[in-house]
Each structure stands twice: as C-alpha cells, then as structure tokens.
Design a protein around this ligand. Structure first.
Ligand SMILES: Cc1ncc(C[n+]2csc(CCOP(=O)(O)OP(=O)(O)O)c2C)c(N)n1
Ligand SMILES: [Mg+2]
Length: 771
C-alpha cells in the first residue's frame, strides 16, 4: 500500500481558492465579457463549481495517484479545466472560449476536450456508474495478465447529491456487489440542492444503509475542524444545528451571520449566549459554512485514511455556491454573478483587475513555493495518455456452413469457431449479457471460454453430474461477464470495456448481447458509450415480428430508426450467414481502428434458405450498406428494396413478378445507417466542389428516374422509405407500424403486410402510378 504523500495544507487551501476564482471567472468571461454573436445565454454553473473546489483541490493536488481515474460531476467541468490550467495542460484560449466552438466543453468530454478527461459526463448518474464497470475491467485485465499491479488505480466519481436519484446508480452497485467490486471512491458533493430546489431530507439517512448493504464503507464528512470544535463545546447548539432541515440550512447560509445570530438567540436563548459573544456576524457565517467538504484538513484526513481497496462512499457536506454571493440560495443552480458581484469577489480574492487569468495571481510569496510544488507533483500524474489502436490482427472469419440457418445461430457458431481456432482476437474478446446469454446464443462460447469470476466459482450442476448443455463454472481466466437483467449496466459495461485501450493501454474486443426491444431500456447508457467513443460489438437478437409466437412485448419495431440517429454506432441488418461473418470481421476491425466505431447487428431467430453465390462481389456492397441481390434491368421501372429477415418474402415476390415486370431488381439493404450517412456526406462534399457519388446513389442510378420502389423491413417502414428521396423515386413502404402480437410467421406477415401479396400489390401500385 502506498503511503499518502505529506502535503502542505496551506498550499491546498490556496489552490482551493484559485480553483474557485478561475472556475467562476471562466464562466463569467464567457457570459459577460466575450462578445455575444447570437444573443443566446452562454450559461455555466458557478454555484456547482464553488461547491466542490476544496474537494477537487484535495483530490487532485493531494490524494490522486498516477493511475487513478476520475469522473467529474458535469457541472464542475470548469473546475477540472482550472486544475489543468494551473498544471499547464489547458490553454487560456480554450478557457476564454468556454462553451464556444473548439473551446473548453460545457461538461467534461473525453473526445472533445484537449485536457485528459478520463470519463465524459453530462447525463447525470452515468458518469458515476461507469467508474464501477471500469474497475471491473481493471480486475479483468489484471486477471488475464494484461495489466501489472503497478499500473492499477482507483476509480473516483465526483457526484452531485441530486444524482443519487438516478436509478442506474443502484443497478450498478447491486451488480458491483455480485462481482466483489473494489478500488472505488465515490465522493458526494452533498450541498443539499438539486437543479430546482433544496433536496429532500428524509432520503439521505437511507443512502448509507443502501450502500453499506452492498458492501461499501460510508464515510461522512459533515463538519470542518472549526465547526466540529465549536459544536462539540456546546451540546444544545449542536442538537439545534443538526435538526435544521436542508431548506432551513440553505436559507441561513444565504442570509448570513446576522440571520444565524437572530435564529440562535430566538431558539436557544441563554444556552448559546456565551458562544455568540465570541463571534461577530462575519465570523459566525464563516463558522457555520465550515462544513466537511470545504475543510481541507478534514478532506485530507479522510482520503488518507482510505488506503485499502474497499469501495468507499464519502458524503461531503458542502454549500452550493460556497464563498459566492448566492451561496445557499435555492435558485442558484444556473445563477451567474453580475459584473458588480464579480468585481467584489475579485477584490476579496486579491486578484488585480486585468490579471484575472494569471494562474497564481494573488498568491503571496510565502505560499508560492508550496503551491508550485503541489502543482509540479500533480502535473506528472495527470498527463494525457495516447490512445492505443491497431495492435490486434483480425483474421478472416469464414461463414458457417449450412443451407438453412438463422443469423442468430450463425452468430453463436462463428464465436464458437473463433474460440476453437484460438488466437489473439479470440483471447481478447470479452462477452457480456444481461441474463440472456443462453437465449442470444452465447452458450457455446461460454462453455468454451468460461465465466469471469475473480475467485473460482464451481459449476455445482456439473459437479453433481446433472446433465446440462451449459457449463457455468467461473474463474479469473473466464471471458464472459454475466450481468443481471439491467440493460443500462450492459451498456455501461460495454462502455468501460470498450475504453480499455484508452484507460489501460490494452484493447479488448467487447461483445454484448441483448434482446432487440430492450435496447430502449439502456438507450441513454448506449448513447453515453458512443459519445465517449467506446468500441464494442452489440448483437441484438432476436428482433422484429419475425419472433412470431413470442408476441408483441418482445418484438422490436424501432431500433433501426434509433440506430439511424445514433452517432458512433454502425447498424448492420443482414439476412445470410456469410454476410454476418463479413460484418463481424468488419466490426472487430472497426473496434481497433482509430477512425472506427462500434457496431450494432440486428439478428433474427428465423432459419432461412441461404442464397447461392457465384463470387464475392456482394461483399463490398454488403459492408457499405447494400447490394443488388437480383440485378435490375437497364432503366428498370421498379425495384424491391428489402432488409434482413424478410428477404425470403422479397426473393419469392421477385421470382413471381420478374416476368410481368421486366427488369425488376431486388436491392438488399444491409445498413440503412451507412447508406444515409454516405448520401449526406457526398452531398456535403459536392458543395465543397469535390466530385462524389455515394453508394446509395450509385445503386439507385441503375434504375429509371421514373422508377418506383417497394421497401420492405421487419421494422418501422421509415427505416427504408427515405431511400426514395435520394434520386426522387416514388416509394411504397412496407413495414411494421403497430405493436406486434403472437402468431405464426405466415399469419403475422399477412396481418402486418410483409408477405408476398403485400409486395405484389405494392409493386402493382407503383407501376400503375407510372402509367
Ligand atoms: C439525466 C439528466 N437529467 C437531467 C439533467 C439536468 N440536470 C443537470 S444537473 C441536475 C441536478 C443538479 O443537482 P446536483 O446533482 O445535486 O448537482 P449540484 O447541486 O452539485 O449542482 C439536473 C437535474 C441532467 N444533466 N442529466
Ligand atoms: Mg446538489
């Protein structure tokens, strides 16, 4: 165990003040000094920053070790930038351009900020929970021999107290308890205010019980040293203070010393008379704001005391807007100091006018050496790491054999074959699933590669010789992380594992499986993973009304539309096993490519006749988003445009209509997402004077300009109907627009109009319109 460094406490106090000043000034500058071109309020959160400058000073300039990683509460972003400004890794121009294009981001961003941001934050609760999954990934890497003991660290989340209302935090700590998670510090900025108001009192007494029952140590930092001593010396005063509600406390902090005196005189009378004599109003206000989260001595003490790996929740009492004129006011969340208030703060902090950006402005000669020493020490520990890519060879992935297959079964076969063949890619794959491992066809892979557990967990059924197709023994070499049914956790796990190259310098190839409709349950966490450029393969299976007897509660309709609007995630929806093999190979390549992205495969349990291929010419088109499965005739007047599991219906209809409709083509779309992106990118390029035609434009240019398209998808029809807009073709869109229900495929395809009759009628309609 490393001994905590001894730190100059006075220097830390100076740094606390510097952070409070610089964060407030950065926001002030953006709102009141920088020219406003559009009249929009720029915004920023001076109160949320002031609330935790002492916590962040003690953390960054004292407690953090080189390998520790931090998720900073979104609204304290300017404090993080101020820290990096002090240590020299943030530029003044970026701060001057806070919330402007190319400037310091409003909320810490891994990909857009120039400073090292360990975890992006913004959607409250998610930044907290990802630290837990990152810690699990760290244990996974160490167990597999990819991360030395000396390179391990702690995962710290700086949390707003209102964030604790987000349910995903509790889903995460329950999962963490199952995996015996460790090396976590979660520090709550307990300022007892949310965005709207002061927070509810009653719940807070419960949080420590919740965390303790999940194996956490809870450390409360209620009082600073001075306030603790004063209250210990006067029991009635202490009892009085402790029964104040959050709202009352905040109001008193806002009103200041005279209000404290009046209340104490009125409610404690003689019992506090001697106490009150020792303080003037200003000193009284200062005393009562000496809460644990603002007291450097207290913070250093508790951080130093927590040197083991037990997950620890620190509840640090603070005041929102500490040291600012609106401290404690319930409406201060987005409050901004006006220029007069800012000037008063500047004078109070000893900052000369015109020197507002000077990093150590106002720091006296006596303190300067100590402050500079702390800054130097911190600089070394907070360097930005380069991202690591392109280290793993991706082998060619052959298609599983078989005339009839479902894409879901083929997925399981491909993973099994990869596992049997062995090699670096197979060893670096980590699979994870929220209690649908077996039903999404990961079973054979898990049988081969085992469950990941830090300590051995025997498969009791196997030991008792009870027949089962699933071997569920776990050990620290296992490669499947089994999660409980919480899709948000799945995406946070994929986010953390998908950042392993960035966080730990060693890449994993994470594959997550779930049921397609339940993507929606974890959607914000999925978006969060993509926002941070985490790399993974998401396999959603089964999907659509093709799920037949499972019924409407399990049949998905809109995920292709979700994918169409989700940056950083490539959607492939395919019909055949050979396409799947090509797309998995591509997905692995994209994980390890600096310019890559994550991939979402929408698979089906429907077993279908595979197509005969005469060559590989389909492959490039399939990877680019679509190819002619049946070539159109020259200047054809009609085409069927189909996607995924309904391809047999499309092929059958094509067969039936090809004589009556000469030149009829069948376009297999494998990624509406890629086609759409290519279309808009080509348009943008043309406006820049580059000659460019996108894949979808090239495909459709084979048709007559007056041709009609029948689009067909086991999904919302808008997933494909937009294609008519590319070259101005008329469209008859077929797809699912109402909730599904149980039934045979034939029944459902007839009711929802995905069958041959529907396609024939639609083709007839577009041809009639032409006539
Ligand atoms: C998921 C999500 N919902 C809503 C918001 C808007 N929002 C931003 S901060 C906040 C609450 C702030 O309170 P707290 O977490 O206590 O932070 P602090 O008091 O330190 O500012 C809310 C509701 C958000 N950022 N994310
Ligand atoms: Mg708060």
């Amino acid at each position: 165990m490393l001994k905590p460094a001894t730190t100059d406490l006075d220097a830390l106090k100076v740094l606390d003040e510097r952070l409070r000043w610089l964060s407030a000034w950065t926001i002030h500058h953006a709102n009141h000094i920088r020219e406003s071109e559009d009249g929009l309020k720029v915004g920023g959160h001076q109160a949320s920053c002031a609330s935790m400058t002492a916590i962040m000073a003690a953390l960054y300039f004292h407690a953090l070790r080189e390998n520790d990683r931090v998720a900073v509460k979104p609204h304290a972003g300017p404090v993080l930038h101020a820290i990096h400004y002090l240590i020299g890794s943030q530029a003044r121009e970026a701060l001057e351009n806070f919330r402007g294009l190319g400037g310091a981001q409003s909320y810490p961003s891994r990909t857009k900020d120039r400073i090292p941001v360990d975890f992006s934050t913004g959607s409250v609760g998610l930044g907290v929970a990802i630290t837990l999954f990152a810690s699990l990934v760290q244990d996974y890497l160490t167990a597999h021999g990819w991360l030395d003991e000396k390179d391990r660290g702690r995962f710290v989340a700086l949390i707003g107290d209102a964030e604790l209302d987000e349910g995903n935090i509790y889903e995460a700590i329950i999962e963490g308890a199952k995996h015996d998670v460790r090396n976590l510090w979660w520090i709550i900025d307990y300022n007892r205010q949310s965005l709207d108001a002061t927070s509810a009192d009653r719940m807070f007494e419960r949080f420590d019980e919740i965390f303790k029952s999940c194996g956490w140590r809870v450390v409360e930092l209620r009082y600073g040293k001075r306030l603790q001593a004063a209250l210990d010396a006067n029991k009635p005063l202490k009892n009085w203070f402790e029964q104040l509600s959050n709202a009352e406390l905040s109001a008193l902090h806002y009103q200041g010393g005279a209000a404290w005196r009046k209340r104490i005189e009125a409610e404690l009378g003689k019992k506090a008379a001697t106490f009150l004599k020792d303080y003037d109003d200003e000193a009284l206000a200062a005393l009562f704001t000496n809460l644990g989260g603002h007291c450097i001595e207290t913070l250093v003490e508790v951080f130093d005391a927590a040197q083991d790996d037990v997950p620890t929740l620190f509840i640090a009492w603070t005041i929102k807007g500490f040291g600012l004129p609106f401290a404690g006011h319930k409406d201060n969340h987005a409050g901004l100091m006006n220029p007069t208030q800012m000037a008063a703060l500047r004078d109070a902090m000893g900052v000369r006018e015109g020197q507002e950006w000077e990093p150590l402005e106002g720091v006296g000669d006596n303190a300067r050496t100590g402050v500079e020493a702390l800054i130097d020490r911190t600089r070394i520990a907070r360097e930005k790491r380069s991202r690591s890519f392109g280290t793993t060879a991706i082998p060619a992935i052959p298609a599983p054999a078989g005339d009839e297959q479902s894409t879901q079964a083929a997925f399981g076969r491909i993973l099994l074959d990869l596992s049997k063949a062995g090699g670096e890619l197979a060893d670096r794959i980590v699979t994870t699933s929220p209690d649908v491992t077996v039903s999404t066809n990961l079973g054979a892979w898990v049988n081969q590669r085992g469950l990941f557990r830090r300590s051995d967990s025997p498969d009791i059924f196997a030991q008792q010789k009870i027949a089962s197709a699933q071997k569920w023994g776990g050990n620290n070499k296992g490669q499947h992380v089994e999660l409980g049914i919480a899709e948000s956790n799945l995406f946070l796990m994929l986010a953390a594992a998908g950042l392993s190259g960035d966080l730990f310098g060693t890449r994993l190839f994470p594959i997550g499986t779930l049921y397609d409709p339940f993507i929606a349950r974890g959607l914000d966490a999925l978006n969060y993973a993509c926002y941070q450029d985490a790399r993974f393969l998401l396999v959603a299976t089964p999907s659509g009304i093709t799920l037949g007897p499972e019924g409407g509660a399990h049949q998905s309709i809109n995920p292709p539309l979700i994918a169409l609007g989700q940056p950083g995630l490539r959607h492939y929806e395919l019909a055949y096993a050979d396409e799947l093999a090509a797309m998995m190979q591509e997905a692995f390549r994209l994980i390890d490519d600096p310019a890559g992205e994550s991939t979402y495969l929408r698979l089906s349990t429907r077993s279908i006749q595979q197509v005969e291929r005469s060559d590989d010419s389909w492959r490039d088109g399939a990877l680019a988003g679509g190819y002619w499965l049946r070539e159109p005739g020259e200047n054809s007047e009609a085409a069927i445009v189909a996607m995924g599991a309904v391809m047999p219906e499309a092929l059958a209809a094509w067969d039936e209509l090809k004589t009556d409709v000469p030149g009829l083509g069948l376009l297999s779309v494998t990624s509406p997402d890629l086609l759409h992106r290519g279309w808009t990118a080509a348009q943008a390029a043309r406006w820049k004077g580059q000659r460019s035609a996108s894949h979808v434009e090239q495909l459709l240019s084979r048709l007559s300009p007056t041709a009609g398209l029948v689009t067909l998808a086991d999904a919302a029809p808008a997933s494909l109907s937009w294609i008519g807009g590319v070259l101005g073709h008329r469209v008859a869109p077929l797809g699912v627009e109402k909730f599904g229900q149980a039934g045979t495929l034939a029944d459902l395809y007839a009711v929802y109009r995905l069958d041959g009759d529907a396609i024939t009628e639609a083709v007839a309609e577009i041809l009639l319109q032409n006539g």
